[in-house]
Design a protein around this ligand. Structure first.
Ligand SMILES: Cc1cc2nc3c(=O)[nH]c(=O)nc-3n(C[C@H](O)[C@H](O)[C@H](O)COP(=O)(O)O)c2cc1C
Length: 285
């Protein structure tokens, strides 16, 4: 790998934005529903968005100053004026209409109408829910964090979540099930990510303090067959088994590349005991 280093101070705001969205991706999308002081609806997507605490539950998103002229967006103006908003999540079924809602319409244009989404009354705030969204949150403004004053500078809105609304069919054990949401994320340029099907995969959470990479046998680390993910999965073991006592079976592979390939496939099947058994044979090979 040849490393290119770019100083942030050498980038203009448009270039900095391209580096940010290309580097920090995929980003979840907050579909922000707000009203202005007169009660007119506004709806726009923001991918500078995440959750930041669970006691109380907090999220933040950033309707930033326009890169073109430094003016503020309607969403920002509405939240500052009303101190409340709804954040709807965006599923794959919503992405094209969501894109329409992101256009820079004039003040007072209702993007629910422009994009064809269905407004529903919220319980605690004046802004509308988005009927098509699988999970959404009613929020009250907690803090505005101003991150600059020039074009493209950040205006971060931190909100406390007052309630969640979820389509019942998306729940498993009474919480939103990521496998049933089909959410999209924003990547660099005009690319999106779909969190569905084979794109979703599970990684076993570390159980207590796993043994770590440093305790793996050196021959495994020198392998050209085992990948960083293979070694990471072994390093995530709760304990280092007694490798000298691993039993061989009649049909086990014998050569080092075959044994290492067998370790790799055992790890792919999530069969950790079998992977360690084969590691024991590999050390004796
Ligand atoms: C998927 C997506 C993500 C976006 N993320 C942001 C963002 O994080 N911050 C931002 O200022 N604009 C973002 N935009 C652009 C805004 O949606 C756009 O400027 C919109 O017109 C703002 O609407 P408003 O003036 O009604 O608030 C995004 C657009 C799309 C399509």
């Amino acid at each position: 790998m040849s490393l290119r280093t770019v100083l942030a101070s050498d980038l203009n705001p448009i270039q900095a934005n391209a580096w940010l969205v290309g580097s920090i991706a995929p980003r979840p999308i907050a579909f922000a529903s707000t009203v202005n002081e007169a009660g007119l609806r506004n709806l726009a997507p923001f991918s500078f968005f995440n959750a930041f605490g669970s006691n109380p539950p907090m999220l933040a998103f950033a309707p930033n100053r326009r890169g073109r002229d430094g003016t503020t967006k309607h969403t920002y103006q509405n939240v500052v004026a009303t101190e409340e908003f709804v954040i709807a999540t965006v599923s794959h079924a919503m992405v094209q209409q969501m894109n329409v809602a992101s256009a820079e319409y004039e003040d007072g244009v209702d993007e629910f109408v422009k994009s064809g989404f269905t407004p529903l009354p919220a319980q605690f705030v004046k802004a509308s829910l988005v009927a098509e969204s699988p999970v959404q949150m009613e929020c009250k403004l907690h803090q505005v964090v101003v991150l600059g004053s020039g074009p493209g500078s950040g205006l971060m809105l931190i909100g406390e979540i007052l309630c969640f609304h979820v389509d019942e069919t998306r729940l498993t054990n009474d919480v939103p099930d990521t496998r049933k949401l089909d959410l999209v994320g924003r990547n660099g340029d005009a690319f999106y990510t779909r969190a569905f099907g084979e794109a979703l995969f599970e990684v076993a959470k570390p159980a207590g303090k796993p043994i770590g990479y440093d305790r793996l046998p050196e021959v495994l680390k020198a392998s050209h067959v085992l990948s960083g993910n293979d070694l990471g999965r072994l390093a995530n073991s709760a304990e280092l088994p007694d490798l000298s006592s691993m039993e061989a079976h009649a049909d086990d592979p014998v050569t080092i590349p075959e044994l290492e390939a067998a370790i790799h496939f055992a790890l792919q099947r999530e069969d950790l005991p079998e992977a360690w058994r084969l590691v024991g044979l590999r050390l004796r090979a």
